[in-house]
Design a binder for this molecule. Structure first.
Ligand code: PBG
Length: 332
């Protein structure tokens, strides 16, 4: 394609870059606080608050959740997504605590929905916070069993729906999970609960700090999730994942991690007319923090650059642990 443009010296691209007002005027993408979704880790009183590998991020008790969400709302953040840190004693092979209607996550959902009626509350649906082996599904005969896992995910989605969750976000990467969950929700009268499908979720080393945060790393040990999460070498396969999730009833799609997978965001956005989100994962957050702590890069600028890159690639919503910081920067 020949670009329709005058040649130098008639054309000078720097002309539009001279002043800030003009740069803003010609900016092709914009980041708004409305794009941000804040992930929150929750814990029982007896468990530790600090997350070593994620400076500035804490596990919150139910009581502590309230001021955090107040602050988020004050800054204009409209939605949060919850991840529980589960007591080892509650973990088992099947991840039974996942569908306990009174588990920590369900309690948090009820609390948040009654305290903040206008806050969107999402929950990740997968078994890894609840299983003794740290996998996202039911582990049987040496493998993560796809179809048995679906039955459990349905139960998990139902207790969350019953607690009042707005969006369930299946992150387990089992085949057929969106359809199974949609059917279960509809059957119980939860037609309005939305499904955000982690469609293109890669088997990534960037989840390391998160697995510490929810306590699944020590359970998982040296095992990996390559038999269900996607191979980082693949891009076209992400289109199959996305198509399948749409056919099964997903309302929104997501790509995860973020920065190493901008091409996947772009491809899914081009291919499908669904809202597309991106998850800037724990490792991405921690890398920025670590480099900034060493004085090697400017945190605020590097953060905002990574967020606008997601928008440029085509994402509409962004899950980021830096949502509060980004909202503050946007407000200035
Ligand atoms: C669990 C889940 C993971 C993340 C979100 N949901 C970890 C994993 O798949 O091992 C990672 C998020 C992050 O790194 O911030 N299914």
């Amino acid at each position: 394609m020949k670009l329709l443009t005058a040649e130098f010296p008639h054309s000078r691209l720097r002309r539009n870059r001279q002043d800030e007002w003009c740069r803003d005027l010609v900016a092709e993408t914009h980041l708004s606080v409305k794009d941000l979704i804040l992930p929150l880790f929750i814990r029982e009183e007896t468990m530790s608050r600090e997350i070593l590998a994620m400076p500035g991020i804490f596990r919150h008790t139910l009581d502590e959740l309230i001021p955090v969400c107040q602050q988020a709302q004050k800054l204009g953040i409209r939605a949060v997504i919850l991840f529980p840190y589960t007591d080892l004693r509650l973990k088992c092979e099947e991840g039974q605590e996942a569908w306990n209607p009174n588990n920590l996550t369900c309690q948090a959902v009820r609390l948040l929905k009654s305290t903040f009626p206008h806050l969107g509350v999402m929950v990740d649906v997968a078994l890894d916070p609840y299983t003794s082996h740290g996998h996202d599904g039911v582990f049987r005969e040496g493998q993560v069993h796809n179809d048995d896992t679906l039955k459990v995910l349905e139960k998990m989605a139902l207790v969350l729906a019953h607690a009042g969750v707005d969006v369930v976000a299946p992150s387990d990467m089992m085949d057929g999970r969106i359809g199974a969950i949609r059917k279960a929700l509809d059957h119980e009268g939860y037609q309005n609960v939305r499904i955000l499908a982690y469609s293109a979720k890669y088997a990534s080393a960037f989840y390391g700090p998160f697995r510490d945060a929810v306590g699944s790393q020590s359970c998982l040990g040296k095992a990996d999730k390559k038999t269900y999460q996607m191979d980082p070498a693949n891009a076209r396969e992400a289109l199959r994942e996305g198509a399948q999730d749409i056919l099964e009833g997903a309302d929104m799609l997501m790509v995860k991690p973020g920065l190493p997978y901008l091409d996947i965001i772009y491809r899914l956005k081009e291919a499908f007319p669904l809202p597309l989100f991106v998850y800037q994962v724990s490792g991405e957050y921690s890398m920025l923090k670590a480099a900034a702590e060493k004085g090697w890069l400017d945190y605020d600028n590097a953060l905002m650059e990574s967020l606008i890159a997601f928008k440029r690639a085509g994402a509409s919503g962004i899950l980021t642990y830096a949502a509060l910081e980004a909202a503050e920067i946007l407000q200035r």
